[in-house]
Design a protein around this ligand. Sequence first.
Ligand code: RP5
Length: 169
Amino acid sequence: MSQPFVAILMGSDSDFPQVEPAVDTLRKLGIAVEVKVTSAHRTPEITHAYVKDADQRGCSVFICAAGMAAHLAGAVSANTVKPVIGIPIDVTLNGLDALLSTVMMPGGIPVATVAIGKAGAKNAGYLAAQMMALADPALAKKLKEDRAANARQVQEKDAALQARLAAKG
Ligand code: RP5
């Protein structure tokens, strides 16, 4: 059986700077990733064919990023019953256009929509990993360790801030 992987689709290569944290997060957790530029509007047939093919090859979760009238996540969800996570990209209107286009799906075709831009992309990576961890105890352990490391970093930052404030008197 082929290795499970996450497919990250984006509507344009111009989306990549905001999508990159999703790639980094998944790679940090040791999850295989495929990244593809394909558009719901500009390359609908290629998008459809890729989703069907990736689904059959063992894609566990699809992450879809698009800006403006962002229909990519919805178009992907229409063609698979694998979980689909949508990242609204900030191109125009501060990303609000993409947020509403991604999140407001009709009943029966879900898209789990994360925050606009880079923070959303990071969370898309974590959310996909958490979904995969339901059937992968080793991955669940990595995620718990990652959370603990994050908490330690916050505590260290707090300690540094307290030290700076104390030094000011
Ligand atoms: C969307 O249109 C893409 O996802 C991108 O966010 C936006 C603009 O694309 P480019 O004109 O930069 O290729 O479909």
